[in-house]
Design a protein around this ligand. Structure first.
Ligand code: AR6
Length: 180
């Protein structure tokens, strides 16, 4: 777990941005998918619309993904080269939800590392339709990413991209508390 005083060399590789993940020119954007991987609403719908039909074809071939795991496809018409699809938990307030959400970030970064990708953007997985409170999800996301950036020195940059400025502020505030 990250604690105040998280290494500067790790925090310097974490960025927070407000905006639309489908516009980012990075090695991979992460999709907050569901277990079918066949698309849906929210960020999943936006990514499929922007990537075009090639993405759905590739997802069909994957045959689904359990909660807490991740799969990788190309980015098709997106500016991003790859999409890493992860399935966050539906929030019920259980410890298991936190473990599954942490696994989403860990598995996504492991896939990025295994595929030689160095710039990755995450949305707030589970914080829309799946109901995870943003503050709790932010801490899990940042702590897990910070731990994996220590492990994977080849991952140069992780961007947390939030759709709302309020959510972006939650992330910035938490990162500032770690830098203190
Ligand atoms: N760029 C960045 N963030 C976005 C974008 C975007 N273009 N669009 C939405 N968000 P959600 P979940 C934010 O509901 O909670 C889907 O139907 C949004 O404001 O997309 O993991 C899937 O198929 C929120 O903060 O994902 C699943 O069935 C965050 O992305 C289910 O929803 C995640 O919200 C997954 O639910």
């Amino acid at each position: 777990m990250a604690t105040p005083g998280t290494k500067k060399s790790v925090l310097n590789r974490i960025m927070v941005q407000q905006g639309d993940i489908t516009r980012l020119e990075v090695d991979a954007i992460v999709n907050a998918a569901n277990t079918t991987l066949l698309g849906g609403g929210g960020v999943d719908g936006a990514i499929h619309r922007a990537a075009g039909p090639g993405l759905l074809e590739a997802c069909k071939a994957l045959g689904g993904c359990p909660t807490g795991e991740a799969r990788i496809t190309k980015g098709y018409d997106l500016p991003a080269r790859y999409v890493i699809h992860t399935v966050g938990p539906v929030y019920h307030g259980r410890i298991r939800d936190a473990d599954l959400l942490a696994r989403c970030y860990a598995e996504s970064l492991t896939l990025a590392h295994e595929n030689g990708l160095s710039t990755i953007a995450f949305p707030a997985v589970s914080c829309g339709a799946y109901g995870y409170p943003i503050q709790a999800a932010c801490q899990i996301a940042v702590d897990t990413v910070a731990a994996y950036l220590e492990k994977y020195s080849d991952i140069r940059k992780v961007i947390f991209i939030l759709f709302s400025e309020d959510d972006a502020r939650v992330y910035r505030k938490y990162l500032e508390s770690l830098a203190a």
